[in-house]
Design a protein around this ligand. Structure first.
Ligand SMILES: [Mg+2]
Length: 290
């Protein structure tokens, strides 16, 4: 029996993925041949200090099949060089220009929207990203942007100062809206928690750059010179990775190797285009289509 099916003018083979049933019937052919993978980090390619099984091999195979790979992370306090080194130490091939952090995307956003004087509440990775864009990090007015990120030395004076600049007219942007982050054995407040305190003082809602906002993915597309439908976003969390991909118009793959479960998918209105148990399933992908 011929196992190919005719969909419009396009023939496609049964896919080696478990594809979400409700979506599969509308699967656009272009999605099956992405040029670019946008990969989440924690929960997707590693968990803490340990690589997710099969990730290194799958990424290597994707590269060999001619796909570009970008690692796209909400975490702003580490530079692309540090992230790339960490990935290589886990056996995952990565150059630093293949890492896009929410810090870099935030700096790019601020540079594109005018005003160079930035007051940064954040750690080294954010300051480096802003310096790389030629933006000034200032602690005195006038201030064009108040930039908020993970800052493990956040204090009442910092809250007061950042709030005063915003009340004085500075624009308020945050690298990511995550409320918590796990570092080692500790669960710590993330940028979203710090930003919430500033929002409470000022009544001003920040522009969010990281996932689930589409801005981080749009910046990655711009860097790669790809259209949304030419990419495939891969992540472990419906609420950020899949939500951001949907908002940016990018096909998405939920990897069940981290936060979200298949039961979460069933309950959610956010439906990824593909659901994979793990990378071993995904590995079939580059060679899986004729
Ligand atoms: Mg993740």
């Amino acid at each position: 029996m011929d196992t190919t099916q005719k969909t419009g003018s396009r023939k496609w083979r049964p896919l080696p993925f478990k594809i979400y049933r409700n979506i599969a019937s509308n699967l656009p052919g272009v999605m099956l041949r992405p040029k670019l993978l946008l990969l989440d980090l924690d929960g997707t390619v590693y968990r803490g200090e340990v690589p997710v099984p099969g990730a290194a091999e799958a990424i290597r195979d994707a590269r060999a099949a001619g796909l570009r790979v970008l690692f796209v992370t909400n975490r702003a306090n580490r530079s692309p060089g540090i992230v790339a080194r960490q990935l290589r130490s886990l056996g995952i091939e990565c150059r630093k220009d293949e890492v896009i952090t929410s810090a870099a995307a935030t700096a790019s956003y601020c540079a594109a929207h005018g005003g160079r004087r930035c007051h940064i509440v954040g750690e080294r990775g954010v300051r480096e990203a802003f310096a790389a864009q030629g933006l000034l990090s200032v602690d005195d007015g006038p201030v064009d942007w108040v930039v908020v990120s993970l800052d493990r030395r956040f204090t009442y004076p910092k809250l007061a100062k950042a709030s005063a600049f915003i009340l004085g007219g500075a624009r308020f942007v945050i690298t990511n809206s995550d409320q918590r982050i796990t570092i080692g054995d500790d669960i710590l407040p993330e940028a979203g928690a710090i930003a919430a305190s500033i929002q409470t003082v000022t009544g001003v809602e920040p522009v969010v750059i990281g996932k689930p906002s589409p801005t981080l993915f749009r910046e990655a597309l711009r860097m790669a010179g790809c259209a949304p439908e030419e990419a495939l976003a891969v992540g472990d969390y419906l609420g950020t990775d899949i939500a951001a991909a949907k908002a940016a118009g990018i096909p998405s793959c939920l990897m069940l190797t981290g936060v979200s479960t298949r039961a979460d998918v069933e309950r959610s209105t956010l439906r990824p285009d593909i659901v994979c148990e793990g990378w071993r399933e995904f590995r079939l992908f580059p060679s899986g289509f004729a």
